[in-house]
Design a protein around this ligand. Structure first.
Ligand code: GDP
Length: 439
């Protein structure tokens, strides 16, 4: 493919373009070491360097003027992130140094890498499959400890292994079909029987992967947690405490929070979109009623509702307990029993955070929290198509063997698309162009 050719040596800044102690510039591609040696103070040392070794020295302009003191990390072909010959240059983190270094690298014959090009090269050289490449992108952009952990897990190949297992089962079925196709009818000893058990097993595993996408959604986009309760229950105070800044207006006047306010925060390692809603009270004015209507529509999409009850106030009766955590507020005034917090003193807030984390993990999130999970619409679409192909095979079990083989080949192809064993240019272009430079 044009935009991501792997023939030329490339470079890119892998760290932020800002004043900092150090900056790392990556280079990769055949000839990188030789090219760099032309601007390096100890060329022989560099050319003789072992794989994964460090060489200290200086890089200079074409007229010999010093650019910076550097440490080069050398990777021989077949090693390192891309699997290509590569050198990582650690310089001082000065934009002036970097600008001069880039000019020098261009002179030497490197071109600037495109977005995701290093990962693309790693993929092309078999260092990782597409699910792992997507995980790299996710780690770089992850918004919480948990989503980062999940992405790391995928990078180590848990999804690839699961897909590999499923693939092997499919290949076995296909092989048994192909035996039938290869021999004339009279040479075959027995008829082919539809492998119900195997196909059901595969469909079950694919179903689990498809449902893990819901969990992935929470890790990636954030869980929706809504604070609810009567006016004055202490929602805004708790909201401020959880998002650690004064966002909501706290006031002793009932009905202050007329609409809802939202903030992104991290709770128990999960990215959370936290909403503070209007107090649930009837008989307010029109605007407040509108606030309440909006709050109710939020409840519908909430992953968890944290319902605050002031001391002495009754528990709500029409609440969906599956998705609700009842919390007694203002525990410094009176102890309401059960899970109790005080936004005034901070008492019980740590426990509340743990409970929110627990509930989010054990709920819908929990389904995909264990075991391999998928993390993109692209992967989900392929899994769905694979399921469809297998269901179609099952529904057409009485068709001829060659038609049956087509269904199973279709299913295999969809699996291959997920990992990149089967690819097309457009897919790779869209996927890698989402990366940041230097990755
Ligand atoms: P909201 O209407 O549910 O958002 O409630 P607010 O957070 O605006 O709080 C209503 C009133 O209760 C304010 O005067 C707060 O200062 C007070 N309040 C909130 N949380 C606590 C708490 O934990 N302890 C005490 N003593 N007062 C609180």
């Amino acid at each position: 493919m044009e935009s991501y050719s792997v023939d030329e040596p490339v470079y890119a800044l892998a760290t932020a373009y800002a004043v900092s102690a150090l900056a790392v510039v990556r280079t990769s591609g055949k000839g990188s070491i030789l090219l760099l040696s032309k601007a390096f103070s100890r060329p022989r040392k560099l050319l003789a360097a072992d794989n994964a070794s460090l060489v200290h020295g200086h890089i200079s302009d074409s007229d010999g003027t010093l650019i910076d003191e550097v440490v080069l990390a050398v990777y021989k072909e077949g090693h390192g992130y891309t699997g290509e010959e590569a050198v990582e240059i650690s310089t001082h983190g000065s934009p002036t140094v970097l600008r001069r270094l880039f000019v020098r690298l261009e002179e030497l014959g490197f071109r600037q890498a495109r977005r995701g090009e290093f990962t693309f090269r790693a993929f092309m050289h078999g260092r990782m499959d597409l699910t792992q490449a997507e995980a790299v992108e996710e780690i770089v952009s992850s918004r919480s400890v948990h989503s980062q952990e999940k992405a790391l897990e995928r990078l180590s190949g848990s999804l690839r292994r699961e897909l590999g297992d499923i693939r092997r089962s499919l290949v076995e079925i296909l092989a048994s079909l192909e035996v039938q196709l290869d021999y004339a009818e009279d040479e075959i000893l027995e008829d082919w029987l539809f492998p119900d058990e195997e196909v059901d097993g595969i469909l079950h595993r694919l179903g689990l992967l498809a449902s893990s996408y819901g969990a992935g959604r929470i890790y990636r986009d954030g869980a929706i947690v809504v604070l609810a309760g009567e006016p004055n229950a202490g929602k805004s105070s708790l909201f401020n405490l959880l998002v650690k800044e004064d966002r909501a207006i706290v006031s002793p006047q009932p009905g202050t929070t007329r609409d809802y306010i939202e903030a992104e925060c991290e709770i128990a390692g999960l990215p959370v979109r936290l909403y503070d809603t209007a107090g649930l009270r009837t008989g307010g004015d029109e605007i407040e009623d509108e606030g309440i209507r909006r709050a109710r529509s939020l409840f519908e999409k909430a992953d968890l509702i944290v319902y605050l009850v002031e001391p002495g106030r009754p528990l709500p009766d029409d609440i969906d307990l599956e998705r609700t955590l009842i919390v007694h507020s203002k525990s410094d005034l009176a102890c309401g029993g059960g899970l109790a917090v005080s936004s005034m003193t901070g008492e019980g807030v740590g426990l509340l955070i743990d409970k929110i984390g627990e509930r989010l993990h054990e709920g819908e999130v929990g389904q995909g929290a264990e075991g391999p999970s998928i993390d993109s619409e692209r992967q989900l679409a392929c899994i769905r198509s694979c399921i469809q192909a297998l269901e179609a095979a099952r529904d057409n079990r009485n068709q001829s063997v060659d038609i049956m083989a087509l269904f199973f080949q279709g299913a295999l192809e969809q699996l291959g698309l997920i990992t990149g064993e089967v690819t097309n240019e457009e897919l790779l272009d869209t996927l890698f162009s989402k990366f940041c430079l230097g990755k």
